[in-house]
Write a protein that binds this ligand. Sequence first.
Ligand SMILES: [Mn+2]
Length: 196
Amino acid sequence: MRYAEINRSTSETEIKLSFSADGVGDAEIDSGAGFLDHMLTLFAHHGRFDITLRCRGDVETDLHHTVEDTGICLGDAFAKALGDRRGITRYADITLPMDEALVTAAVDISGRGVLVYDLGTLAEKVGVFDTETAREFWSAFCRRSGATLHLRRITGENTHHILEASFKAAARALRRAIEIDEQFADEVPSSKGLLE
Ligand SMILES: [Mn+2]
């Protein structure tokens, strides 16, 4: 089982997270940010990841630390669960529609965490959620997990739809990228023998 637990405590947030890469999509998410809970619940569902998360953050400041630190912990858990990434497919992409929104996610589990993020201009807020923090979430996730992720809006008008399509697309692409490829089953999928 590719599984990890993370406990992280700072003056800004206190986070307890568990992550199973080979789950059934069960999520128990309590981040303190409703829209982030919604995104992580569907991320778990579409990725077939089991995730439990409890975050107590300084939401009286704003949601920035809560969202970014959740990305840090999820990235740490992802890297820890995958270990040396032996046998994984490594690359995957999907172009995923949600109503009028269409978003591409392309993933390379490279060991070098790079985010290329172009969802265009979004509304500043969805409810009380600051939409610019979604980029901070993915940036932290990529940096800590070692996954390279491109997220690109093709079309879309509604910010809730565009963000939701991006989380679903990322989940679907990550799920495929970490599937065991029988032709690489006992290898690290890199001609240099190491993913970093
Ligand atoms: Mn929704």
